[in-house]
Design a protein around this ligand. Structure first.
Ligand SMILES: CSCCC(=O)/C(O)=C/O
Ligand SMILES: [Fe+2]
Length: 184
């Protein structure tokens, strides 16, 4: 079960949990309503033979994919890349990641600009909506491997906040005000 919580305001060590005191967990349903984030749990032993990912790809029009291993040994320009992943940003396309090994945190802003932290572990498929301000960090295990899915070949750009004039941002803000449902 994916865990998500509101973050504290401590700016030190991004890889720590940053729970509030007392902790303020948020359910996956509420996370979706407030941010539009979608989460699926896949059984990594069977998802390929049972065609689970293939169905998601077909249903949602994900036609391209690659893989990323985030570790000091495997990722070129590791420090620089981690710094850019953790810089608050948005994309004009969905960010879709299936975690196959390791763990990490995706952070996303709610409608009041508060950070919600989502812990991802193997089998979690997370979809970060286009136009949402978010960021990513490894946790203290310092290792994550993920399949990255795209609607098209990644011509995929990162727009550092502020990017409030972008059409995808304006649309996202409107959806967030209404509250996300399965229809939007
Ligand atoms: C876990 S994949 C690396 C993070 C990334 O690509 C991104 O855009 C984070 O927001
Ligand atoms: Fe991103």
């Amino acid at each position: 079960m994916v865990k998500a919580w509101y973050m504290d305001n401590d700016k030190t060590d991004p890889r720590a949990e940053h729970q509030r005191n007392p902790p303020e967990f948020i359910s996956i349903e509420e996370l979706h309503r407030k941010t539009g984030v979608e989460l699926f749990k896949l059984d990594l032993k069977t998802y390929e033979s049972e065609g689970v990912l293939e169905k998601i790809k077909k249903d949602r029009g994900y036609t391209y994919e690659d893989e990323i291993t985030i570790s000091k040994e495997c990722l070129p320009d590791y420090d620089e890349k981690l710094k850019s992943f953790f810089t608050e940003h948005l994309h004009a396309d969905e960010e879709i990641r299936l975690v196959t090994e390791g763990s990490g945190y995706f952070d996303i802003r709610d409608g009041l600009d508060e950070w919600i932290r989502i812990k991802v572990t193997p089998g979690d498929l997370i979809i970060i909506p286009r136009g949402s301000y978010h960021r990513f960090t490894l946790d203290n295990n310092n290792y994550l491997r993920a399949r990255r899915l795209y609607e098209d070949e990644p011509g995929w750009l990162t727009h550092i906040r502020p990017a409030d004039d972008m059409a995808c941002r304006k649309k996202y803000v409107e959806q967030q005000k209404r509250g996300f449902s399965s229809e939007n």
